[in-house]
Design a protein around this ligand. Structure first.
Ligand code: HEC
Length: 306
């Protein structure tokens, strides 16, 4: 198999197999089954190997037949092959002519212009059709573009940009939602929606009340409802305290092995909302640092990221 058509046949086989694979195996939109699914790749490889094997076998079969032919048959066969390739060459020439409309070198004297600069002369060639029609296409494109965007004011570049940014943001949100454990010290946020806060409350009730009391008033651990913090307030500090623990020997362990990143974000946010509530038996304020939760006039939490 050493001629163009056998290569093309193998390619065509591979292409059909690829289309079949993509059609039959379900994947998420925009993804290739051939990349996502390892078996699809193996299958495609086998198909290609088979196609090559078939081509090779046919070629060697032809070879054997050729050598078993007698002299006369062989000559006839060669002549036939030569005829075929001559036809191919002619076709190629005709195609080339159609694409360029150039004059063959022997006829160039017909189109040479009558000026001559130091022996450099100019041929008055026809514009090559591939170029000419390409040029017409650009004119057509420009006309449609002009009418669509400057006469009928279809979307502007700014709108296009904004839409793409919005789509990208939505995709990021979606990704974050599906990959909750991406939350870390850098990206942790004060989440104030009800679902997250009630989930945070559950985590708190299950793990923290022994030392901080159900109302956050404090016991073994410090009061979580006042503005004073030993280790620093705000979502980042509190998240850090919960995930990495307090000062050693004080009793506040690192929770990062027991709780998921999302749970720690939820419970940290819940802890922040305790501020300003009035526990039954508040422990006296501890800590030099102060941090205060901001609320608007209605008492709603103003989301704070720091
Ligand atoms: C075994 C008791 C104990 C448990 C259980 C416990 N803590 Fe603590 N917590 C402490 C102690 C003690 C400190 C003070 C640490 C220090 O001084 O370094 C503390 C400190 C903290 C602080 C920092 C307070 C400040 O003033 O900086 C936060 C926030 C906190 N805990 C939240 C939690 C959360 C949320 C849980 C549950 C997931 C929890 N704790 C469970 C004992 C505990």
């Amino acid at each position: 198999m050493r001629n163009l058509s056998s290569y093309l046949r193998v390619l065509a086989f591979a292409g059909i197999a690829l289309l079949g694979i993509e059609y039959l195996i379900q994947t998420e939109e925009g993804k290739w089954a051939i990349i996502e699914n390892p078996y699809a790749g193996v299958f495609l490889g086998i198909v290609i190997l088979f196609a090559i094997a078939i081509e090779v076998s046919i070629a060697s079969l032809k070879n054997i037949l050729y050598y078993t032919m007698d002299e006369a048959a062989r000559e006839r066969y060669d002549a036939q092959q030569a005829e075929k390739s001559k036809r191919f060459v002619k076709l190629k020439e005709r195609l080339q002519k159609m694409m360029t409309r150039s004059k063959p070198v022997e006829e160039e004297h017909e189109i040479v212009l009558d000026h001559n600069y130091d022996g450099i002369r100019e041929l008055d060639n026809k514009l090559p059709p591939w170029w000419l029609y390409g040029f017409y296409l650009t004119i057509l494109f420009a006309a449609i573009y002009l009418v669509r965007f400057h006469v009928f004011d279809d979307y502007t570049q700014k709108e296009e940009y904004e839409q793409e940014v919005a789509e990208a943001k939505a995709a990021i949100e979606e990704y974050k939602k599906n990959n909750k454990d991406l939350i870390d010290l850098e990206s942790v946020q004060f989440v104030t929606n009800e679902d997250d806060l009630s989930a945070g409350k559950q985590v708190y009730t299950a793990n923290c009340v022994a030392c901080h009391k159900a109302d956050g008033g404090g016991g073994i651990g410090p009061n979580l409802t006042d503005k004073h913090w030993i280790l620093g307030g705000g979502i980042k500090n509190v998240y850090k305290t919960i995930s990495k623990g307090g000062r050693s020997g004080k009793g506040m362990v690192a929770w990062e092995n027991q709780l998921s990143a999302e749970e720690m974000q939820q419970v940290a946010s819940y802890v922040l909302t305790l501020q300003g509530t009035e526990p039954a038996q508040p422990k006296e304020p501890q800590g030099e640092k102060t941090w205060e939760l901001e609320r608007d006039e209605q008492g709603n939490i103003i989301k704070e990221e720091g």
